[in-house]
Design a protein around this ligand. Structure first.
Ligand code: 13P
Ligand code: SF4
Length: 306
C-alpha cells in the first residue's frame, strides 16, 4: 500500500545520508520505515551516537529538539513543526526561574517532555525509563523541583521515598486514562498482566486496583512483554505502542485500556511529510547555541546515569 512512498523515502535517505528516528506512538507505517523506533531515552541515545548527517525525527517537537541539542553539528528535521506536546506546554522557563530564585540551593529535574529553554535551566533531565534512578542519585540534602509531569513525579516519590516539589502539569492523553476505564478492561481480561505508563493519572489507584501492575516506559513495556510467559496484557498508554508490542510478541494479545488514547500531535507525522522533509530539507530544528549548550549539560548528566 505504501510501497511507492517507502521506495522514495529509502532513496532519499541514501542521497542525504539520513536516518529516521521514530517514537513508539507514531503511526504504524512511520514506525515501519524508521531506522530506529524507541522511547524517549532510546531515541536520545540513538541521536547521540548516529553517524548520519541528517536526522529526520518522527516524533514531537521536544524530541526533535533533544536530538538537535545532542547533535549541534548535524541537520535535524521535523516533518511537521506543529507536532507539539500538551505536557511540555504546561511550563515555561520563567516558571522554573521563579522556583530557582526562591530555592537557590535547589535542584531542577526536567522530564524530557520540556522545551530547550526549560532544559537549559535544569540540573538534570529524566525520561520515564530512568527518572527513578536519576532522582535516587541526587544529593539527598537539596530540595528538588520536578517538572512538568505530576503523575510521573508522584511515581518517583513513591519509588524513591523522596519528597519533591512537583509542577502540576499533565499530558491530556494519559490524564484521560482513569480508574473507570481500567476497571472495565481488567474485568474483561482478568488473567492479563497490566502495564501502565507513569504519566497516567490513576497513580496509586492503579496499584490499588491491581497491586502487581507494572509501571514502565513504552520501551520497558516492549521488553517486559517479551520476557514473561503471560499471554495477555492490558496496556495503559497511547495506542501507537500496540504496533510495536505486537510486532515483537506476535503470539501474545495486547488490549489498550482506552482505544481513544491517541496523541494527535504524534499522528501529525505522515510518510508524505517525511518524504517532503528529506526532499525540501524541512523543517530544520534550530536552537539558540547558548540555550543548547546548557540543555546539553542536563541531558548528558541524564545519559551518564543510564
Ligand atoms: P516514553 O519516554 O515512555 O517514550 O514516553 C514519552 C511520552 O511522550 C509519553 O507520553
Ligand atoms: Fe506529549 Fe502526551 Fe503526546 Fe506524550 S502523549 S507527546 S506527553 S501530548
Amino acid at each position: 500500500m505504501y510501497t511507492e512512498l517507502f521506495d522514495q523515502i529509502q532513496d532519499l535517505k541514501k542521497v542525504r545520508n539520513a536516518i529516521i528516528l521514530a517514537h513508539s506512538y507514531q503511526r504504524d507505517e512511520v514506525q515501519d520505515i524508521a531506522d530506529f523506533v524507541g522511547d524517549s531515552l532510546g531515541l536520545s541515545r540513538e541521536a547521540a551516537k548516529t553517524d548520519a548527517q541528517v536526522i529526520v525525527f518522527a516524533g514531537v517537537h521536544f524530541m526533535a529538539e533533544t536530538a538537535a541539542i545532542l547533535n549541534p553539528e548535524k541537520t535535524v528535521l521535523i516533518p511537521d513543526p506543529d507536532a507539539g506536546c500538551s505536557l511540555a506546554d504546561t511550563i515555561a522557563a520563567d516558571d522554573v526561574r521563579a522556583w530557582k530564585d526562591s530555592n537557590p540551593d535547589g535542584l531542577v529535574v526536567a522530564y524530557v517532555n520540556t522545551t530547550a529553554e526549560v532544559k537549559a535551566l535544569a540540573d538534570v533531565c529524566v525520561t520515564s525509563a530512568n527518572a527513578v534512578s536519576v532522582v535516587s542519585a541526587l544529593d539527598p540534602n537539596r530540595p528538588i523541583f520536578f517538572v512538568p509531569d505530576m503523575f510521573l513525579g508522584a511515581h518517583v516519590e513513591r519509588e524513591t521515598g523522596r519528597k519533591m516539589n512537583l509542577w502540576l502539569g499533565e499530558c491530556h492523553v494519559h490524564a484521560g486514562i482513569g480508574e473507570k476505564e481500567i476497571n472495565l478492561r481488567l474485568s474483561e481480561h482478568s488473567k492479563a498482566e497490566f502495564l501502565i505508563h507513569p504519566e497516567c493519572s490513576c497513580g496509586s489507584a492503579c496499584l490499588y486496583l491491581k497491586p502487581d501492575a507494572k509501571i514502565m516506559s513504552t520501551e520497558g513495556m516492549v521488553r517486559y512483554s517479551q520476557s514473561v510467559e503471560a499471554e495477555e496484557f492490558v496496556v495503559a498508554t497511547e495506542v501507537g505502542i500496540l504496533h510495536r508490542l505486537q510486532k515483537f510478541s506476535p503470539e501474545k494479545r495486547f488490549f489498550p485500556v482506552k482505544d481513544s488514547a491517541v496523541c494527535e500531535y504524534m499522528k501529525m507525522i505522515t510518510l508524505e511529510k517525511i518524504r517532503d522533509s528529506l526532499l525540501m530539507d524541512q523543517f530544520k530544528v534550530e536552537i539558540d547555541p547558548d540555550i543548547s549548550e546548557k540543555a546539553r549539560n542536563a541531558l548528558e548528566s541524564m545519559i551518564a546515569v543510564g
